[in-house]
Design a protein around this ligand. Structure first.
Ligand code: BGC
Length: 753
């Protein structure tokens, strides 16, 4: 068998390299020795082959391709010129491509199989922004663990997740894929996801390699327009953008992906400062960096590379180890080495990094270890995975408003009017990045609410959302004219005790290339909401969306608002359980909601400026026509119960700041609260934000229960990077804030000496 051949080659060569006194064995780690022994057998072209990643290239169940691009890729696979494939899925298909790599190529090096397992594989959990609203690190870790379990059962062993890009701009469609605006929360969530995907042992067949992306500053695209330029200073880079990447690295993430954007004039893919100096230098990262899709080639359009040959040279020298679909490395690198423009050490280093991850995954021991048909059938869509998706969905919901306790809904004797195209939509809750999910497989809100049979439930669409196709990757065309379905909705609303309106964005309205210049309810939905409000004010607005929206009118007029994002396969059940009070919501916003688009970028950890105001005269930092305040601040979210914070105590002990606060559940229901800790460094050599999240604790309380919640801040947690890229901790006064939102006013001041 071929597998045996590889193994014996590895062993023989390991022995022979041990006999070579000149050969440098980098460490006594057996995996690194095995990697070296394989490298020893490889030609230059085979090493370059490891750096080449192809998209799934032919219907692997069909005949072998004999012409065109697919035939070329097939030929490259047989020659050992492909290190990885993406978007091949399903055990049967993956076994077939793996078999070509393992049995037909000279050395039989197995492929690493990548896929965007962003929030689940076939079963979808909530979109990452929604999960982040739970602030529940255990649940988030479990969600990634379940995604890894399902994806690995389908043959996948590498996910392009987590996306740890911080973003302060809701116009950017990819905010749905991240953890929001804050570097501390983003770091904690990134760590949880890496640990969930990779587990304790990467060779366990239920775990997969993770990928911290997109390195870097992709979330700072100017004007929120995807792929756009980022131009930022060192302070923002080091204190806001890099921390989640560094944390993911420290949590052991096996791979990084670079990004499409340029940063300060250099495309990230060709940026040596980012990849070699910071990542592989300062951080000593030993995994590999994959380019983003075609991003090596795109350096030509950026105006940075003359042609593909030049692009390959720039990217390889800058530290991009694997080429995703640019065909630049496979076609250009060998000649670049011969011309001396790229050194063979660069190639060997990249191949070493890639082979190391393959060894860690155990692919050299058994290239088919993820290809078990029985496991695939058993695990995909199993009860364990569906239950976890439901649990995560409930934890992700944020209650934004609940006047006069209109929620939870009574379970009996009520007439409920359910209105909105999204209420019966079984596709949108799956969100974007749900490639392996079956279309229309989510539980809709309508279905979820039908399970509560004590009430009369009537449904009307109200307004069709889109005039054309809403599937991937069509450009969405909004319905802005057809109001023919309004009347039916008005009719059922008039007769109802409570109206539940499900409004927002379709699943493909956020995600890659889905930037928006407006953040309102798209199409006719705002008009529909106002029309229904005229006939029945008792409205519960359920939002389904992939980003913060400017729902200022709704906040002023609608008594109850529930932020339900795109919650995945179990969305409708989760929403119904929250609406009916079977689950008490505890989510908190991971991103600020603006009042109007003109406020964007808007974020809680802004700088004070020299003219903070408010002042009587006009000369302070503000808008003439809009408040400085957000609609809902970062960290905000209500519960069906209420919490009171008292007795904030702070003291400096042994160089650390000890903080305690008494939190009481003042309501009559059991509930959970995210207790948040913020600091403000009042005077520093580089100005610091007005607030910075430094800790949080998710605590459950019985009715009337008081708990003392404690935090301890170490010296390092008070520090920051200055403009010389040096981490400094400076003495002086710090304000300490504790509360249930970033706008908490409960504070103490401590002197840190
Ligand atoms: C995205 C990446 C993704 C890759 C592979 C790109 O367009 O930016 O995040 O992992 O495609 O699907």
């Amino acid at each position: 068998m071929r597998k045996i051949l590889i193994l014996s080659l590895v062993t023989i060569s390991f022995l022979s390299c041990n006999q070579q006194t000149t050969k440098k064995i980098k460490s006594s780690n057996p995996i690194e020795q095995k990697v070296d022994s394989v490298l020893n057998l490889m030609t230059l072209e085979e090493k370059i082959g490891q750096m080449n990643q192809y998209n799934g290239f032919w219907d692997v169940t069909g005949p072998v391709p004999s012409a065109g691009d697919a035939a070329k890729k097939y030929e490259h696979l047989k020659r050992g010129w492909v290190g990885s494939m993406l978007n091949v899925r399903g055990v049967e298909n993956i076994r077939k491509v793996q078999k070509i790599a393992v049995e037909d190529s000279r050395l039989g090096i197995p492929l690493i199989i990548g896929f965007d397992v962003i929030h689940g594989y076939e079963t979808q959990s909530p979109i990452p922004l929604a999960e982040s609203a739970s602030w529940d690190l255990e649940a988030i870790k479990k969600s990634a663990q379940m995604a890894a379990k399902e994806a690995s059962a389908a043959g996948i062993n590498w996910t392009f997740a987590p996306m740890v890009d911080i973003s302060r701009d809701a116009r950017w469609g990819r905010v749905m894929e991240g953890a929001g605006e804050d570097p501390y929360l983003g770091s904690q969530i990134g760590i949880a996801r890496v640990k969930g995907f990779q587990g304790k042992d990467l060779s366990d067949p239920h775990t997969i390699a993770a990928c911290a992306k997109h390195f870097t500053a992709y979330g700072f695209a100017e004007s929120g327009k995807d792929y756009n330029t980022a131009d930022i200073g060192l302070s923002t880079l080091y204190n806001t953008i890099l921390p989640p990447f560094k944390s993911a690295h420290e949590a052991g993430v096996k791979t990084f992906m670079n990004s499409f954007n340029e940063l300060n004039g250099i495309p990230a893919t060709g940026d040596k400062f980012l990849q070699r100096d910071i990542l592989k230098g300062e951080w000593n990262y030993e995994g590999f960096v994959v380019s983003d899709w075609g991003s090596i080639m795109e350096m030509i359009d950026h105006g940075y590379a003359e042609n593909k040959n030049h692009a390959a040279e720039l990217a390889a020298n800058a530290g991009s180890d694997m080429d995703m679909e640019s065909y630049a490395y496979v076609n250009e690198l060998a000649s670049l080495v011969k011309e001396g423009k790229v050194s063979e050490e660069v190639i060997t280093d990249a191949a070493r990094r890639i082979l190391k991850v393959k060894f860690e995954l155990g692919l050299f021991d058994d290239p088919y270890k993820y290809c078990n048909v029985e496991r695939e059938k058993e695990v995909i869509g199993s009860k364990e995975i569906i239950d976890a998706a439901l649990d995560m969905a409930k934890k992700s919901i944020v209650l934004l408003k609940n006047e006069d306790n209109i929620l939870p809904l009574k379970k009996n004797g009520q007439k409920i009017a359910l209105i909105g195209a999204l209420a019966s939509d079984k596709n949108s809750p799956l969100g974007n990045w749900r490639i392996a999910a079956k279309d229309d497989s989510a539980v809709s809100v309508f279905e979820g609410m039908k399970a509560y049979v004590g009430n009369e439930l009537n449904y009307a669409e109200g307004a069709t959302l889109y005039a054309g196709k809403t599937n991937f990757p069509s450009e969405l065309v909004l319905n802005t004219t057809d109001k023919s379905k309004f009347q039916e909705a008005i009719n059922i609303a008039k007769k109802a005790d409570v109206v539940v309106m499900v409004l927002g964005e379709v699943g493909y309205q956020s995600g890659e290339a889905r930037s928006r210049a407006k953040l309102d309810l798209p199409g006719l939905q705002q008009e529909l909401l106002e029309t229904i409000f005229k006939v029945n004010k008792n409205i519960v607005l359920v939002l389904n969306n992939g980003r913060p929206l400017t729902i200022t009118w709704a906040d002023e007029n609608i008594p109850a608002i529930v932020e339900a994002w795109q919650l995945g396969s179990q969305a409708g059940n989760a929403i119904a359980q929250v609406l009916y009070g079977d689950y008490n919501p505890s989510g908190k916003l991971p991103m600020t909601f603006p009042r109007s688009v003109g406020q964007v970028p808007i974020y809680y950890n802004y700088k004070n400026t020299g003219r903070p105001g408010p002042k009587k005269e006009v000369f302070w930092s503000h808008y003439q026509d809009e408040s400085n305040k957000p609609l809902y601040p970062f960290g905000y979210g209500l519960s069906y119960t209420s919490f009171e914070y008292k007795n904030l105590k702070t003291k400096v002990e042994l160089g650390n700041i000890k903080i305690s606060v008494d939190v009481t559940n003042t309501g009559i229901l059991k509930g959970k609260e995210v207790v948040q800790l913020y600091i403000r460094d009042l005077v520093a050599s580089v100005t610091r934000p007005v607030r910075e999240l430094k800790g949080f604790e998710l605590v459950e309380f019985n009715p009337s229960e008081t708990k003392t919640v404690t935090f301890e801040l170490t010296k390092d947690e008070l520090g920051f990077y200055n403009n010389q890229r040096k981490f400094v901790v400076e003495r002086g006064e710090f304000q300490i804030f504790v509360g249930g939102s970033s706008d908490t006013t409960l504070k103490n001041t401590v002197e840190y000496k």
